[in-house]
Design a protein around this ligand. Structure first.
Ligand code: R1P
Ligand code: URA
Length: 293
């Protein structure tokens, strides 16, 4: 049967044949990808590369592709939030799995390794500031994944339901979902230097993470409920804004993802790292070391 072609309104390419938001051609992407939130963090990673063959930037999506100790890696900024993960993961997948000339899905699919190096806030006192945490599970409080089919196969329903029950989750918010990290990558990046954690992916930094500056919260006890939640004796450890969506999109599209978190805030003690950039730098060095181990 002849395969349908993907229309120009769906697979959007620039006149140079590059994908719309990332502004990258297929040849400019490595199959090992580091994602960071902050565009300025891209150079903080690529400064360790032996060579840089590609630099690109469109909006908040900045890419450097090069080699580190001979291994080809792309480092890409996603900006903040789950909605950007939808864009980045669909475009990364298109770059390897869609033939841009024919506008058709390739017969042989490629699986990418995608490693987030991000910052995060610890929820409980034991998640110490300036520590490294790998997300074993992401709990998504966003709604990106709910627009996709076949998520039944990738969500841990039992986990999500116990979270919904415990928090008496407001049904007017999106329905929480739980997705696991890629097991092999999780193991590869774990060591005595990392905590294993359960990470909440929020849709915002202030209200959605229970922060109050001036605007009052609808549920002032939300973070307390997150803190007292247990699933098979495991606690929620940290809050950030991309991990669960990354895990969901990666599993949906056949890629492997893991999220490395530099813990820069502790919500239980109300404190913030005295030198967050030093912790992020150390996590970058740790992660690059693990990639090439
Ligand atoms: O430091 P990054 O990777 O951006 O990650 C965290 O920091 C941002 C909020 O300040 C959110 O993107 C959150 O997930
Ligand atoms: O508390 C924090 C710190 C970093 N990023 C977040 O999303 N939350």
């Amino acid at each position: 049967m002849k395969q349908e072609t993907i229309k120009p309104s769906e697979l959007i390419l620039t006149p140079e044949g590059k994908i719309y938001h990332l502004d990258l051609a297929p040849s400019q992407l490595a199959t090992t990808i580091i994602t960071v939130g902050d565009p300025d963090r891209v150079a903080e990673v690529s400064k360790y590369f032996d060579t840089i063959e590609t630099t690109a930037q469109h909006r908040e999506f900045k890419t450097h592709t090069g080699t580190y100790k001979g291994k080809r890696i792309s480092v890409i900024s996603t900006g903040i939030g789950p909605d950007n993960i939808d864009i980045v993961f669909n475009e990364l997948d298109a770059l390897v799995n869609i033939d841009f000339e024919k506008r058709q899905v390739k017969k042989k699919l490629t699986s990418l390794d995608i490693i987030r190096i991000g910052t995060s806030g610890g929820l409980t006192p034991e998640v110490e500031i300036d520590s490294f945490l790998i997300s074993a599970i992401g709990i998504g409080l966003d709604n990106v994944m709910h627009y996709y089919d076949q998520t039944d196969k990738i969500f841990n329903r039992d986990f999500a339901q116990s979270f919904i029950d415990h928090t008496q989750w407001n049904p007017n918010n999106s329905v929480p979902y739980a997705v696991e990290a890629d097991k092999a990558l999780f193991k590869k990046f774990s060591s005595e230097k990392t905590y294993s954690g359960i990470t909440i992916t929020n849709v915002g930094f202030y209200g959605p993470q229970g922060r109050v500056l001036r605007a009052k919260l609808k549920d002032a006890n939300l973070n307390e409920k997150l803190t007292s939640f247990r699933y098979k004796k495991k606690k929620i450890t940290n809050l950030e804004m991309e991990t669960a969506t990354m895990y969901g999109m990666a599993k949906l599209l056949g890629h492997r993802a893991v999220s490395m978190n530099a813990i820069i805030a502790n919500r239980a003690s109300g404190s913030f790292s005295k030198d967050a950039s030093k912790t992020i730098e150390a996590l970058i060095q740790y992660t690059l070391g693990k990639i090439t181990e």
